[in-house]
Design a protein around this ligand. Sequence first.
Ligand code: B16
Ligand code: MG
Length: 215
Amino acid sequence: MNKKNIEAIIFDLDGVIISTDEYHYLAWKKIAIAYKLNFNRSINEKLRGVSRRESLEIILKENQIQLSEAEIKHMLNEKNNFYIKMLEQYLSEADLLPGVKEVLSKLKQLKYKIAIGSSSKNAKYILKKTNLFDLFDVISDGNNIKYSKPNPEVFNIAAKLLNVKNKYCVVIEDAQSGIEAAKNAGMIAFGIGDAQNNDKTDIKLNNLLEILDYI
Ligand code: B16
Ligand code: MG
C-alpha cells in the first residue's frame, strides 16, 4: 500500500461509524419471538453487513424453515418497522463509535474524498439523525444496489460517484462480507472489530483513530 496513492476513504456504516448493530439484533429478536424461531447472538453475527433479505434467509435456514414470498415480505416489513421505531426513539450522536468525528474532520482537512458504502436502506436516515450526512461527499447504500456484499457493487458505485479509481480507495469495514467485497472491488481493506480476523484484511484497526496512522 502506497500512502500517496490513496485518494478516497469509503466507510461502511453499521459497526464502523455507528453502533446500529444492537438495534438490528433487537428487531430480529422480536421477529424471532413472534414467529417462534431460534435466534441468538451467534446467528446474529452472521448477519453483519448482510442485506435485510439475506439476513432473514440466513435465519430461516438456521431454523430449516421455508416460507412463501408473501410471508417473507411481511416479515421483512415488520422487522424494518421495529428497527425504524427504535431508531426514531433512541438513535442519537451517543451511538457514534469512538473517534468518528475526529477522523472525519481530519480526513476532510487532508482533502480526502469521503463516502459511505453500506448495505443498509436506512443509511441516509441514520446519517441525518446523527448529524453526519453533510460530512460525506457520496452515499452509496442498500437502495442503489442489486447485489449485496461480498459483491463489490456498493463500493464500485461509491468510487464511480467519487470519480476515483478503485485501486486508490480504502474501505473501512467491520464485516467479513465487507472485507471480501472491498477486495473483490480491488480496493485496500482496513478491518475493524470482527473484520480484523479476515485473511484478506490489509490493515487491522483496533479503533477508528488508527486510520490516521496509515494515510
Ligand atoms: P437495513 P452496513 C448493514 O449495514 C448491517 O450490518 C446489516 O446487519 C443489515 O442487515 C444491513 O445493513 C441492511 O440494513 O435493514 O437497514 O436495510 O454494515 O452495510 O452499514
Ligand atoms: Mg458493517
